[in-house]
Write a protein that binds this ligand. Sequence first.
Ligand SMILES: [Zn+2]
Length: 621
Amino acid sequence: MHTSFTRRSFLKCAAAATAASYAARVRPAWAGGVDRGSIAIHTPLTTFAYSDVELLDSPLKRQFEENHACFLHLDDDRLLKVFRQVADLPAPGEDMGGWYDLTGFSLERNDFHGFIAGHSFGQYLSALARAWAATGSEPTRAKVNRLVKGYAETLDPKAKFFVDYRLPAYTYDKLSCGLIDAHEFANDPLAMEVHEKLTRAMVAYLPEKALSRQEQRSRPHKETSYTWDETYTLPENLFLAYQRSGKTFYRDLAKKYLEDDTYFNPLAQGNNVLPFEHAYSHVNAFSSAMQAYITLGSEKHLRAATNGFDMLVKTQSFVTGGWGPDEAFGEPGRGQLGDSLSSTHASFETPCGAYGHFKITRYLLRVTKDAKYGDSMERVLYNTILGAWPVQADGTSFYYSDYATTGKKVWYGQKWPCCSGTFPQLAADYHVSTYLRASDGVYVNLFTPSKLSWSDNGGRYGLQQETRYPFSPQVTVRVSGSKPKEYTLYFRIPVWSGPDPVLSVNGNRVSDPVQPGTFASVRRTWKDGDRVELELPLSLRLETVDANHPNLVALMHGPLVLLAVADSQPSFESNELLRAKPAHNATGDWQATAADGSSVTMRPFMNIDKESYSTYILLKS
Ligand SMILES: [Zn+2]
């Protein structure tokens, strides 16, 4: 953990570094120097720098710090071991174990030891680079530099690590992300050069285009029957590599791997082609479509992402915002979500799914300014990822959320799975998901204790948010500024807000209507010490699992799903549930009481530990 002194000195450096980086980005091509890739669309909203936001005491801060500490303390030799082994270099240190090692995989024995060697190295590198950007922790930057240098030493011009490798696109995509993030966020001097060497070598291991799973089944890998690579997720990081390096090679490669024929073209035309696809990687692919829109100006890809996300929410999502039982999408209208409650405990691939969900909702929010994407992000935040157990030092990880009739939290069976890679990336991204920047002001998207600071025309401005939301309806925002300045503050008013949300400035209620499902705005000359208060009435309501199972409902309070703590699924009348009373305790419990006097504790997922629970309750008919 860093001291406040370190943070203050870092903020000074960060302000200078951000200004330098911004100057490089907006410099026109004719000005010479670094040629940054051009962006076709400047989105109406942009993210702040990681260093502009400080998370204050909250579950989000705790998750970020747990992830940061876990990967900061993970031994470099262990992380680099598989790459050194293939390169015939001395490879000291313990094996990582689980998915990460070189050998031992057997699909027949369902033995995932050595499933995809080194698959998550790039994600840990990316997470550390983002954590450095957010905190200015020098040990973190030093580790990023050591890992990039250590990896570079193992990389030959043909990237022989990938000879007969099970999932080359899958692991390359994560290495690509880690290296461009080490360059962009930690100013690593080697990362972009290593990235180019790797990418030029990878071309030999990748197919000529993005392959759907159907297409992959028709051309199995020569060494193994495992053929599910994820070429269709490559474009997002390749477009970012183009924007960060200016090299058109990356842009052209990105275009080649857009899964147009079987995915984006039908989605853009409104055809729901999600059923039977692998859930997380196909939501992750929406972010590639968004980068095609941002980088190339392709309206078709924006339509594909917008339509695809809409289909995800309307036809594939549980009340928690999670989706894809058994990691697959089902056919709409057949009651597949309700049926899954009695057929599987693998209801939602939580860290990966939440990471993909945060990215696509952030992109769509930046482009459309539509509050519904913030609402969706928030639902996933409070009901899925904030309830995930932290990654352990030995790689033991949380993977699936369980929405079965009677569910339980469990650890995943194999160490260092995919979800150990996305969790620290997502936790770092809480910084860039809370506030967004507009040309005329600031959007407050998530309600969580935090501080935002930014510079504009020589002035220094800030917001400090205090709240216990979603356990309290009140949000207070204190404004600071080195001088008075006119700008607009936008606050997301969730669509589920009860009647009459209240927004006031310095104790005076804002006269414009505050409409649920929109961003409410206040434009004025803000002065140091101004105070905004927002009260979002938290409504108690029921939501069904799907239209085919109208008797399976979840109780919701504001954005929170309240799960029944019970060893078997309880049964209630709907009005009994809607009369539930808060217990006013530390775990945010509610108490639902039936007419016969029997009572069940209702608890948010984020406060559930080892106890059995039911996400959905059976309505008495
Ligand atoms: Zn995963």
